[in-house]
Ligand binder design. Structure first.
Ligand SMILES: Nc1nc2c(ncn2[C@@H]2O[C@H](COP(=O)(O)OP(=O)(O)OP(=O)(O)O)[C@@H](O)[C@H]2O)c(=O)[nH]1
Length: 874
């Protein structure tokens, strides 16, 4: 190692010159400037000093071995000799090995050592610095924590103070409220007592006056001074009135003998201030207090009035303002009621009857949180006429049911269950689309799977397509049964082709519909069909709870002589037990007895089981739901509620057309809708007219026959025309007297026709705005046939009474029987008391001879009319 200047050493070690000089100074090495040299000893001395300063002992350091020498000696023996075991010589061979390990440090160059030292020192300094920093950090954290805790304590204290303050205030307010209430009560009590005193005084006065008037005046008058003489009552009266700041005499007449007695008994009267001038007044409310009025789907006018605390007449008046004529017992729909309630300054709250019913039902039925288990599929068979639906059902029933159940089939009910090795299948024995759609129309989707039966010898027919459509519309999976496979002409491929053409793709062709070849005659494939049904139900994962109260649907019902109402129900959930109370649509009752499809008495029925039940109050409709409820009373209430609801909705439906019409007319204008009511003499004309008129609808105008019927026009027809804003058309029929009155009164548009073409032509022209001058008929008079005479000259002569207008000779007439035109012709003779007459007025009798008509009868009417031309206005 060579000597180096301080400057060079500082460069090597990598520390500032000043610092090195300082450290050298501390180590006792004399060096003043950068140019001073520093030898090896001095360097070592400096290093030793630095180590010492950093807590390391030079000696210890020095004492640690810098070199380690390992020595090993091995001795081996070698035997020498010709004959083994004799004259042998052993030679020992010793091998000495020595290995010296030198500590790496010692092997370092000075520069490297210095470098190492420098790094060490640097690390040490950094560690020191870090320690100081950490200490500072710890101090800071401790300070912050203390501060935070202090703050939290302050906040807690503040909160506690606020709470205490609030509690104090509440206590005070409560005390004040109590005080105020007490004061109020006291005041009210004072007022009540004062009122009592006033009333008593007044009553006494009246009594005294009456007595005075009835001869007892003397006595009363005589008593007065006596009372005054005692001083007592007078004093009391004086006390009372003194307090009221009124002269004592004011109350004098009120105190007779009785008054004194009373005064003596009850001291209350003296304690209160009485103002005889005070009057009990009633201030009329000046504003309507808006109420929340709950409005169901339909509400009776009187009920609505009651809810708003007004008279029904008031409600009717407001309805009139809205253009609605109603009576007190009429039901109005929710929409109208809402408008009305708002008009009358209240807040309408719409409620749904369904919600109400659901709430009512929920109280008495089972909440649906029950555990579900797999159930049997419910199957409907559909298909074209004569394709074998009934035969297939019969085959299944006969083979399965008869073999499985003792006693065979004794009874036929609308559904039955067959048991198979793989599980049960329930068949709805109502083949055909009508039953299926009728159930669906009632919202009863009871079917899980549809079997579409197609005769393999016949192929896809119109009703097959319809069946497919129905199954699709109901989103029910289908299985195709290709029936009559026993027939030689059976062609299943054709069936598959035809069905796939309408989108029913067989599984074997890559579709999702199972096609099964069966024969209802031989039974071939029926097992496969049932198995595929079971498979389908497994795919559908049909499940239902089989415990708890039952619910389901009515399949059919009938009235049986001796047994009363009999309903076949399908249990969908839970278990139905004999003796339970059921609600079935609008009917209810205790299940007196239950029978299965074989007529065997059963006590319980689980999901997918059809049973016949006895004990209902009436026959429910197919598709009605049934539920088991807790009590007969609840069942009756619910049944009545449902009955009311349906009545109300029937009423409302009748009215809805009227209301709708009012609004739609306002919104769409007069020409957008042409409603027509037609009455005809025969059904054939009605259908022809209805069809032709409905076809006249265009994009701009919709022609709608809102009602059509056979027979004369009656009051109901006129009312309906009024309600629906419809025109009335009589085809060879006439309006009766009451209808006529209403028609005239309400200015209803009535048209009579005798030729269908005329009716259609007129409507068509009026729609296209091409109205030609109109030939109008005016009925000028009406005579009623009271007697019929035979005249050799004129044939039958009708002895009539003119009941309306006048009858004039030479005018055309019509003969009406029960308001239906039976003859149209000419008046041939008109006589009054054997004299010819030109005109006979209302209220007079006359004899009418009708040209070429001899069939007139008592009770007929003879209508006299005239024709004239009217220029149409567009
Ligand atoms: N050969 C043969 N004839 C069958 C088969 N299935 C039904 N038939 C006959 O086909 C005819 C019609 O059968 P139904 O069961 O009445 O047919 P359906 O579809 O119920 O007829 P509707 O009730 O009128 O719609 C009857 O004469 C049955 O005997 C079958 O698999 N093979």
């Amino acid at each position: 190692m060579s000597d180096k200047t301080v400057q060079e050493l500082a460069g090597i070690v990598g520390i500032p010159l000043e610092r090195l000089l300082e450290q050298m100074k501390e180590a006792g090495i004399v060096a003043h400037s950068a140019e001073d040299t520093i030898n090896d000893d001095e360097k070592m001395a400096l290093l030793g000093h630095l180590r010492k300063r950093h807590g390391k002992d030079e000696e210890t350091e020095a004492s640690t071995a810098k070199k380690v020498t390992l020595k090993r000696r091995t001795v081996t023996s070698l035997k020498q000799g010709t004959v083994p075991g004799k004259n042998t010589k052993t030679i020992n061979i010793q091998v000495n090995k020595q290995k010296t390990y030198i500590k790496r440090e010692d092997a370092m160059s000075d520069a490297e050592r210095e470098e190492l030292e420098r790094v060490k020192k640097d690390l040490e300094e950094r560690a020191q610095k870090q320690e100081v920093e950490e200490q500072l950090h710890r101090d800071k954290a401790a300070r912050e924590k203390a501060e935070l805790e202090a703050k939290q304590a302050a906040v807690r204290k503040q909160e506690e103070d606020a709470r205490a303050e609030r509690a104090k205030k509440e206590k005070e307010t409560e005390a004040e409220r109590h005080k105020a209430e007490k004061a109020q009560r006291l005041e009210a009590s004072v007022e009540r007592n004062a009122e009592k005193v006033r009333r008593q005084a007044a009553a006494k006065k009246v009594a005294a006056e009456r007595k005075a008037g009835g001869g007892a005046a003397k006595k009363t008058v005589a008593r007065k001074p006596a009372v005054a003489a005692t001083g007592k009552p007078a004093d009391k009266a004086a006390t009372v009135h003194r307090r009221a700041d009124k002269p004592a005499g004011g109350a004098k007449p009120s105190y007779g003998k009785k008054g004194r007695k009373k005064g003596g008994k009850g001291r209350n009267e003296q304690q209160f201030i009485v103002d005889p001038n005070a009057k009990h007044t009633f201030a009329m409310p000046t504003e309507i207090a808006a109420k929340d009025i709950s409005i169901p789907e339909n509400i009776i006018v009187s009920e609505l009035a009651q809810k708003m605390s007004v008279k029904a007449a008031e409600v009717i008046k407001h309805l009139m303002k809205l253009g609605i004529m109603s009576t007190i017992n009429q039901s109005i729909d929710q929409e109208t009621a809402v408008i009305l309630v708002e008009e009358m300054g209240h807040n309408p709250i719409m409620t749904s009857e369904e919600d109400h019913e659901t709430d009512m039902l929920a109280e008495h039925t089972e909440a649906d949180e029950r555990k579900e288990f797999p159930r049997a599929p419910i199957v409907t068979i559909m298909g074209h006429v004569d394709h074998g639906k009934t035969s297939l059902l019969d085959y299944i029933r006969e083979t399965r049911v008869a073999s499985g159940e003792a006693g065979g089939i004794t009874q036929h009910i609308g559904a039955y269950q067959v048991k198979t090795d793989h599980g049960a299948v329930t068949f709805l024995d109502t083949p055909g689309h009508a039953a299926f759609t009728a159930m669906r129309a009632r919202g009863a989707d009871v079917t899980d799977v549809v079997i579409v039966v197609v005769a393999a010898d016949d192929g896809v027919m119109p009703q097959t397509k319809e069946a497919v459509e129905h199954a699709r519309a109901a989103s029910v999976p289908m299985i195709v049964a290709m029936n009559k496979m026993d027939k030689p002409e059976a062609n299943p491929d054709k069936v598959m082709q035809e069905l796939s053409a309408i989108g029913v793709m067989p599984e074997e062709w890559g579709g999702d519909v199972q096609f099964i070849k069966v024969s209802a005659k031989t039974g071939e494939g029926v097992n496969d069909l049932i198995e595929s049904l079971i498979l389908q139900s497994e795919i559908l994962e049909l499940k239902a709870p089989n415990e708890g109260k039952a619910s389901g649907l009515v399949i059919e019902s009938r009235l049986d002589k001796g047994r009363g109402a009999v309903a076949t129900v399908m249990v969908q959930k839970g278990t139905l037990e004999q003796g339970q109370i059921v609600l079935c649509g609008h009917e209810y009752g205790r299940v007196r007895a239950m029978f299965d499809e074989n007529g065997a008495n059963v006590k319980v029925a689980g999901p997918s089981t059809p049973v016949e039940i006895l004990g209902l109050s009436g026959t429910p409709n197919a598709g009605d739901d049934f539920v088991v409820v807790t009590s007969e009373r609840a069942a009756r209430d619910l049944a009545e509620h449902r009955e009311d609801r349906s009545k109300l909705s029937r009423n409302a439906a009748q009215q809805a057309s009227k209301l709708e019409e009012v609004f739609s007319k306002m919104a769409a204008g007069e020409t957008s809708n042409l409603n027509i009511i037609i009455k005809t003499d025969v059904q054939g004309s009605l259908e022809a007219l209805r069809e032709s008129l409905n076809k006249l609808s265009t994009d701009e105008v919709s022609v709608k026959v809102v009602y059509g019927g056979v027979g004369g026009i009656n009051e109901g027809d006129a009312n309906l025309a009024l309600a629906s804003g419809a025109i009335l058309m009589g085809f060879n029929v006439r309006a009766d007297a009451t209808a006529r009155k209403l028609i005239i009164e309400k200015d209803i548009d009535l048209h009579y026709y005798s030729v269908i073409y005329d009716a259609i032509d007129e409507v068509k022209k009026s729609l296209s705005g091409m109205l030609s001058p109109e030939i109008k008929e005016k009925i000028v008079g009406l005579a009623e046939v009271r007697d019929v005479f035979r005249s050799p000259k004129f044939g039958s002569i009708a002895g009539c009474m003119v009941i309306d207008g006048f009858v004039k000779r030479n005018l055309p007439i019509r003969v009406l029987r029960e308001n239906v035109v039976i003859y149209e012709g000419q008046l041939e003779s008109l006589r009054r008391f054997k004299d010819d007459a030109t005109e006979v007025k209302m209220g007079m009798e006359c004899g009418i001879g009708v040209k070429n008509y001899n069939d007139v009868k008592i009770g007929d009417q003879i209508e006299v009319f005239e024709r004239f031309e009217v220029q149409r206005e567009l």
